[in-house]
Design a protein around this ligand. Sequence first.
Ligand code: SF4
Ligand code: SF4
Length: 367
Amino acid sequence: MAKRISVIVSQGQSSNPSKRRLEEEIIAGLMFEPGFDVTVTPHLYDLKADSTGMLAFKGISGDMIVCSWMFERAAHWILDRNHISGHVGTTLLVNEDDEEEDDEEEELDEVEKQRVIEHRDIPNRHIYCFDLKTTNRSQDYIDEAKRILAELSVDVVSLGLGGPKVEPSTNQRFETPTNSTSLARDGSGLEPAPNGVQTTEEAGGEDGNITRIEERAPRRWYPVIDYSRCTNCLECIDFCLFGVYGVDRIDTILVEQPDNCRKGCPACSRVCPENAIIFPQHKTPVIAGSAEMGTSLKIDLSQLFGAPDKGRSAVEVAADERDQQLAMAGRDIVGMQGLDKRQPNHKRNRQRDALDQLVDQLDQLDL
Ligand code: SF4
Ligand code: SF4
């Protein structure tokens, strides 16, 4: 039997017709290609841990492809926070905002730091995240999915594992519930679950199929930690005054109360010295999870135009943003208290000179 792979299409938050069209073209394109089991869910970022959509992700034990309207890095670490882990699968579809910069100085810096990921076991599988903002041509995503499937099939055969590993299809998992939260089926192909969730089954090519999970998933706003960058310095837990962060049993930082986060505010991502905190829906690529480290001219410019106060350090902006949220919550503001002393070598502060020069140059251009 040939190798199969699960593809999850995480729909955009809005019902923007061009986004929906691209999603549907990809689904339709994969539907009649051999080897794909497709599941459609609401936006991955909005799914709660016990939602049916998230259970669909959790039900996939092998390699998977995730298509979402987020940078690859954001999607990967949202999955990780929900205990859906795997190695980052390399995709040839790269959003130009997502290309890593060659920065020797940064790389030298990186070598000596211990990252949280180094102390974690990662399951032996790959998760390939496609950023649907990369191209509006559905065929590009379909071709890339086929390339990955072909590559995985070759790997399995060349490793001599006695035949390809076959994952149960997504639908099979629903048909054979393994826990009380799985969806029951009555054979009609469309059944409202007790919480109002609906699944729709569609036949695809060969023995592949499509499962659509429709459930209410109101928009959320919370930080996502990239543990491949996080050094567990705990700056974020000290900075956030809304109880969002916590630590696990071995004192590793985690996002404990995501929904305590203040909607629209990205303050702690500016404070993290490693650029490890992602707000996937923020308009500035470096905050939304682009792969860049925030040192390039491109990023300086985006920060310049994205930050509320041009030319100020990221930590100063973060302190203001935090004060705004404290005031809106009816609490006392705290300003830069503690921050100025604690982060003298903050990466974003080290950029201050370069940023100032840019401001001067732009001022001279009289834009
Ligand atoms: S501030 Fe950044 S690097 Fe430090 S613990 Fe928080 S996420 Fe990790
Ligand atoms: S954005 Fe503000 S409220 Fe949300 S986690 Fe960061 S510091 Fe806390």
